[in-house]
Design a protein around this ligand. Sequence first.
Ligand SMILES: C[S@@+](CC[C@H](N)C(=O)[O-])C[C@H]1O[C@@H](n2cnc3c(N)ncnc32)[C@H](O)[C@@H]1O
Length: 243
Amino acid sequence: MQATLSIIGIGPGDPDLLTIKALKILRHCPVIATPKASQHGHSTALSIVRQALPAGDIDGKEIVELHFPMKKIHLGQEPDPEVLQAWQEAADKIFTVLSQGRDVAFPTLGDPAIYSTGYYLYATILERHPEVRVQFVPGISAMSSCSATTQTPICLGDDMLAVIPATFSDSRLRQILETFDTIVLMKVHRVIDNLIALLSELNLLDRATLVERVGMADERVLADLSALDGQVHYFSTIIVRKK
Ligand SMILES: C[S@@+](CC[C@H](N)C(=O)[O-])C[C@H]1O[C@@H](n2cnc3c(N)ncnc32)[C@H](O)[C@@H]1O
């Protein structure tokens, strides 16, 4: 039978937030391909999977490590050659396993539909091997989990919602902050100082809440961003809710 690649959303950190479907597939897949941001670092996705699976379940599995450098991607523009090469190497490694008839699970943080490497991997594999069978399993997004932790809705009634990577700090960011009712800012860590200045200028500081490492052991919620001292972790999301 043809092997399947499962691209699985595993939630943002709390292992109890994996869906039953995600767990079932991860338990039965002989190979787990794990994304890592740095060549010698560890995979957060794998550590969440390890906590979620019953003890010993992961021992007999093959772990294939995939390195994805953290670089900006502008849709419609050719990605950085290092990024392109990483996607191609990852696709090749996964295809090698699939062509041996073994299923592969690719766990990705949050939901694969939201700023996830999962879809780049999917496109790269299918471009070279259109016959490959792929399934997506949705997961709980970081913003959903941040909303639950802070007991704040993301949108209600006729609210308009924008979800954006804050790294694109061009004029669109200001315009979006002025236009929408709720704005979810992701990837805020490298631009946090500029972001706080902009939120302050727009009188939105007291409407913004930052959640760092939601669902993880060192989770932090900051309702008053003017009190922020120092930098924030990559796993940080800001929800600006104007109403
Ligand atoms: C590459 S995107 C992945 C988003 C993910 N696919 C989702 O559905 O939430 C990474 C960004 O997601 C957010 N994020 C991921 N995990 C998080 C966590 N545990 N706590 C807060 N934000 C998180 C941060 O904004 C981070 O910069």
